[in-house]
Design a binder for this molecule. Structure first.
Ligand code: CP
Length: 308
């Protein structure tokens, strides 16, 4: 039997993608009900190794594991032997030696997940890596949009903001295209991605959120990823708000669109606080789907082991 990993969306066959979305739909309908706890993963042990801060991903993986009857431990670098100079791979080997069935890993460096998988004997799930990928975020984005629209084919998504430093954009484009969606990007010059990158080379481009709104059904906002930016000078806030922000005034004009954002949001920068409570803003629904999708992912990784 081969170990199932989830390093990127490319690890999911179309069949697995649809199965995860189907399971997530079932799980999301049960969330908050008394019967939402199952024993599906009873006896399984899951480690969450988060080398970078997180609220949504960490809490939702932990909640998902508990709702499926699995046990969890959380590793955070602060207060750990990382502070004494222990390397990432030695930390991972130490966690693995305590016998877990799956280790969920978040890290700020590109390429770390593949490196961890190459040295691991248990399933690894990418919970967000550098500026490359965030497969479970993209899955929950798709689950949220499927709940809203049903069929996604032909729907148009414009990704707005800091595409250059985003870990979400490629994962969202890959899954969205496989479900029949079209993508565009809308970013200031400094925050545009490499247009030779095959994920972005076929995306339409818009120079303002108002121009994008004439084309898109889904306004997929991104935060300016300040903690990852070392290579460019950021635009002035007033310029950013003028061309790329989902201000309250714009959101009131765009009620025929839906607004999504992976979070955390920077209020007053890419989105105004008032927008969060608008009916066509699905940001909090994305968070709810985060639990359901991660339940479906844990089930897929732990129970769908395939023969080599
Ligand atoms: N979207 C996302 O990954 O959020 P967190 O950093 O809070 O996990």
């Amino acid at each position: 039997m081969a170990i199932t990993h989830l390093a990127s969306t490319r690890d999911l066959s179309d069949e697995a993608l649809l199965a995860i979305l189907r399971d997530a739909r079932l799980f999301v309908s049960e969330l908050g009900h008394r019967h939402d706890r199952t024993e599906t993963l009873a006896g399984r042990n899951i480690a969450l190794a988060f080398f970078e801060p997180s609220t949504r991903t960490r809490l939702s993986f932990e909640t998902a594991a508990h709702r499926l009857g699995a046990s969890t431990v959380v590793f955070l670098p602060h207060g750990s032997s990382v502070e004494k100079g222990e390397t990432l791979l030695e930390t991972m080997a130490t966690i693995e030696a305590m016998r877990f069935d799956v280790i969920v890993v978040r890290h700020s460096a590109n390429g770390i997940i593949d490196q961890v998988i190459a040295n691991s004997h248990v399933s690894i799930i990418n919970a967000g890596e550098g500026t490359t990928s965030h497969p479970t975020q993209a899955l929950l984005d798709m689950a949220t949009l499927v709940e809203h629209y049903g069929d996604l084919s032909g729907k148009r998504v414009c990704i707005i903001g800091d595409v250059r430093h985003s870990r979400v954009a490629r994962s969202q484009i890959d899954l969205g295209r496989r479900l029949g969606m079209e993508f565009a990007i809308c970013s200031p010059l400094e925050l545009q991605p490499d247009h030779q990158d095959p994920f972005f080379s076929e995306c339409a481009q818009f120079s303002s959120i108002d121009e994008a709104a004439a084309w898109a059904d889904v306004m997929s906002l991104l935060r300016i990823q300040r903690e990852r930016i070392t290579d460019v000078i950021l635009p002035e806030l007033a310029d950013y708000r003028a061309f790329y922000s989902m201000t309250s005034e714009r959101a009131r004009r765009m009620t025929d669109k839906v607004i999504i954002h992976p979070g955390p949001v920077n209020l007053g920068v890419e989105i105004d606080a008032e927008v969060l409570d608008m009916k066509h803003c699905l940001i909090h629904r994305q968070v709810t789907h985060g639990v359901a999708v991660r339940m479906a992912v844990l089930k897929h990784v732990l129970l769908s082991r395939h023969a080599t």
